[in-house]
Ligand binder design. Structure first.
Ligand code: ADP
Length: 444
């Protein structure tokens, strides 16, 4: 009878899992990353450059001074704590600041310095004495537009006469008033409205056009078309820049349609590996048993910081309640929270204020928490049809080779899930050792 109960249990879990998968939200993930990111993401890859004119010399800079920026702008950059250009900025900045202006398509994972680069380009091309929009930046959501605006404000802190305006829904402009701010950041729908219907922005006066987060943009219905309509009305001498964290074919096709004669810069994403990870599994009878196994290793996992993954929201919640009742200090990162609430939990975790984070896949996707040395799969990641989800397994546990520390991974496995674990082991050609409660000395 207990099996029947569990089957029902499982099927409820699966339904919830579907629900949760629906809320994977690229824009929210991107915002979350921005809210919690404090420094550059390192990369061991080289920047790949494809010049529109391969015969022209290729410049790169190692310092911000070499860019001959306005004094006030340089001051702003240093005030932000930037000492030298990031990897992508070394190549991108000379192209973006060249005379005559060059168009650019740039792709690199989030956190590599793209936003800072195009904000710098906008600030350096703006004429503070001219009181009309000269730089236009499109972003996929209101919140992402605000984040970029904050960077403009910080970097432009000493460029006192340069101002930002947000073209976002709800930002009302009285009829007959002119926009006197030089930099406009907004979402495609509202920008379109402001340009064509309300004639608040004269697109023929735009010098720099930025399309940020192109991958998120094309994911949103209508945004590609809006962006293209805006781009078509720009003057030929306007500089056009497009940025994306990923580069699927669809992004590339869109980028080529919207950016004429581009230079292309790419920084490949660091590959994840399981090489530096010790992987273990503990064989359990059922959920309570898994919980007991987790409690057995709890002392060891809290030496460092740990993330515990559950397959469903419901399981994550259950586990959190159980652990708190048993006096363990854990926090739950759940899909029901707002992006800001999630950011603040991750921030506390990063600051070491929390040692153990319980979460689900969806919630943790796209977030890298480098100092986590211990990962617990309370549930194995599976796809529908009882196949292991290899990609998610790698994503949860894997580290980037050069920058990753050594790590520990524990899998709590119900007996009937053992074949799945073996498939994972074969797939990655790496060994996952069985651990009995008595063997804990081995890992310490
Ligand atoms: P992306 O747009 O690619 O996600 P950002 O421009 O937002 O990257 O940069 C990621 C983080 O690194 C931000 O906190 C930003 O302030 C910081 N950053 C950007 N460029 C530099 C630099 N040259 N030196 C130090 N920090 C930088």
């Amino acid at each position: 009878r207990s099996t029947t109960v569990r089957n029902i249990d499982d099927s409820i879990d699966n339904i919830e899992e579907d629900d949760e998968d629906d809320v994977v939200d690229l824009a929210a993930n991107s915002l979350l990353n921005k809210l919690i990111r404090q420094s550059l993401v390192e990369s061991s890859h080289h920047v790949e450059v494809l010049q529109k004119d391969p015969s022209s010399p290729l410049y790169s800079v190692k310092t911000f001074e070499e860019l001959r920026l306005k004094e006030d702008l340089l001051k702003g950059i240093y005030a932000m704590g930037f000492n030298r250009p990031s990897k992508i900025q070394e190549m991108a900045l000379p192209m973006m600041l060249a005379h005559p202006p060059q168009n650019l398509i740039a792709q690199s994972q989030s956190g590599t310095g793209k936003t800072a680069a195009f904000v710098l380009a906008m600030l350096s091309r703006v004429n503070a004495l001219e009181l009309f929009p000269q730089c236009l930046c499109l972003a996929p959501t209101y919140e992402l537009a605000l984040q970029t605006g904050r960077v403009v404000e910080q970097m432009g802190k000493f460029c006192v006469d340069v101002q930002v305006m947000y073209a976002i829904r709800g930002n009302r402009i009285l009829r007959g008033t002119d926009i006197t701010k030089q930099i406009v950041i907004g979402t495609p729908g509202t920008v379109l409205d402001w340009c064509f219907k309300r004639k608040l922005i004269d697109l023929t006066k735009i010098r720099v056009f930025v399309l940020d987060e192109a991958d998120v943009m094309i994911d949103t219905q209508g945004f590609s078309d809006h962006s293209i309509r805006i781009q078509r009305a720009l003057p030929p001498e306007c500089q056009m820049l497009l940025f994306s964290a990923t580069f699927e074919d669809s992004v590339w096709r869109f980028a080529e349609r919207i950016i004429p004669d581009p230079n292309v810069i790419k920084l490949r994403k660091e590959e994840l590996t399981l090489n530096n990870i010790w992987q273990y599994y503990m064989l359990c009878e059922h959920r309570k048993d898994k919980y007991q196994a987790l409690c057995n290793i709890y002392g060891s996992i809290t030496i460092g910081q740990a993330i515990i993954f559950c397959q469903t929201r419901r399981n994550a919640k259950w586990l959190t309640v159980e652990m708190i009742q048993d006096g363990h200090q854990v926090s739950l990162l759940s899909g029901e929270l707002t992006v800001e609430q999630r950011a603040s939990i991750i921030q506390r975790f990063r600051d070491g204020k929390e040692k153990v984070l319980i979460t689900t896949n969806v919630c943790a996707r796209g977030i890298d928490v480098k100092q986590v040395t211990i990962v617990v799969n309370f549930d194995l990641p599976v796809k529908q049809g009882e196949e292991p989800d290899y990609e998610t397994y790698l994503h949860r546990i894997g580290r980037t080779g050069r920058f990753g520390k050594k790590g520990l991974a524990f899998n709590m496995i119900e007996v009937d899930k053992l074949p799945l674990l073996m498939k994972i082991q074969d797939h990655f050609n790496s060994s996952i050792k069985q651990l009995n409660a008595e063997d804990m000395d081995e890992i310490e």
